[in-house]
Design a protein around this ligand. Sequence first.
Ligand code: ZN
Length: 347
Amino acid sequence: MKDKIEKLKAQLLAALKSAKTDEIVRNLEVDFMGRKGQFTDIMRGLKDLADEAKKTVGKLANQVKTEMELAIQKKYAELEVAELGEIADKEWIDVTVPGKKPLVGHRHLITKFMDDLEVIFSRMGFAVAAGPDIELEHYNFNQLNIPPDHPARDMQDTFWIKNLKETVLRTQTSPVQIRYMEAHEPPIRIISLGKTFRKDSDATHSPMFHQCEGLMVGENISMANLKAVLTHFMQQVFEDPSIKTRFRISYFPFVEPGLEVDCTCPICHGEGKTENVPCRLCKQTGWLEVGGAGMVHPKVLENVGYDTEKYTGFAFGMGLDRMIMIKYRINHLRMFFENDLRFIQQF
Ligand SMILES: [Zn+2]
């Protein structure tokens, strides 16, 4: 019987050694140690032995039983470790490899520029006003002293909204002035930034463009105030305190007198050339045209019910797209709208 016990033990150990899967080990466990297993049979036979033999064989049988159970548990553990090792081999991660930064978007250059303008003007006490992109003819033209038969309407190639009477895509940010003045009493100091729309579309014009509009109305507001505000603004926006401005007489229906505003060229600093290389931006004049302005026409103030004996004001409007192109040395207008990340990510 002792031999049989030792033999079964040797058989099991040999079988376990070559077992490759949990399933094989489980079968061996059942085969040897299960309720009907070979070793269980032997344990069951112990009771038929004589007392003395029962003592010695029983001791051995119990010892072997423990050994066999341990061997089986050890094999299970071995297989588990091997399996984990295999997974680790297949799915390993090199934690020392530098990570990939997730792509985080940011504001578009035009939006950023408009935010910068808000900061510059708010430091001068201007509030920011906004109006709708789709505007009534009343605000876009009539209230700005441009009645339906006024020749100035031809100056702006307007998008009219189909099937919506007297409604346009605003051709300028000026209607915001009217809306604001209707709702507020002087003194007022506002800027309005946003999209404007006209039909022209070529290399230097986009049917959608951006404007900044300014308005200041109060007692004793003069052209000197206009000059001071615009000069300070230009110096701030181009980050160049040497910039000067000049006014040339012009015509816009909603101001009187109307002015074209020039500033000294921020590239050649008004010299017309840099180290004897002619400046192409200002065509060697040293000046750049940056916007229109003027003293608010009394008719416009009357339209919103202001006392023109008491109040005067100035207004100005500037195209922002070209200003951004000059500041950031961008050659083509279309780059703003192409959404090429190589361009957008530079700003
Ligand atoms: Zn220049």
